[in-house]
Design a protein around this ligand. Structure first.
Ligand SMILES: [Fe+2]
Ligand SMILES: [Fe+2]
Length: 160
């Protein structure tokens, strides 16, 4: 069952959900107000677009598809580690910290699930994967990362 391999439950994907037709692009409304986080997000979106194009291109060698997803994975790990250092600051809301870190883990588990089967990814799983990554990133930036930036402001942490 491919969706299970991706770490996605059936409830994650409504039966009539349609895959996105375009990869999300950076928008000013994504800005959190933390310069370091925003700079990372712009790069993360570029790397997501690279993986998105690779997964949609049947003619691309699977080794190249893998290379692009690994680049996304490596940068996501670096970025999440940066945010989690901020989350570890005394005074951060513990509930937010736990939910935030779980969100990062879910993203990385999904990327790993795809890497594990990248040579034999069925097209429908590709589109679910792209949909998941695009939706996750937009939602996470708008809700979770903006909340982190708000807490940095409240705690007087540097915003760069
Ligand atoms: Fe985050
Ligand atoms: Fe982030």
């Amino acid at each position: 069952m491919p969706m299970r391999l991706l770490g996605l439950s059936n409830a994650s994907w409504p039966a009539r959900a349609k895959a996105r037709t375009a990869c999300p692009a950076w928008r000013e409304s994504f800005a959190t107000g933390h310069a370091g986080i925003d700079e990372d997000h712009q790069r993360l979106i570029e790397l997501l677009a690279d993986s998105w194009r690779a997964l949609a291109d049947d003619a691309l060698p699977k080794a190249e598809v893998r290379r692009r997803i690994e680049a996304l994975d490596a940068f996501a790990r670096q970025h999440f580690s940066f945010e989690e250092q901020l989350l570890a600051h005394p005074g951060m809301d513990a509930g937010h910290r736990d939910r935030h870190i779980k969100g990062h883990q879910r993203f990385l588990e999904t990327v790993q699930g795809v890497l594990d089967m990248v040579e034999n990814l069925p097209p429908d799983v590709c589109s679910h994967f792209m949909d998941f990554l695009g939706s996750w990133l937009v939602h996470h930036i708008r809700e979770t990362d903006k909340e982190l930036a708000r807490q940095c402001v409240l705690l007087g942490l540097p915003l760069a």
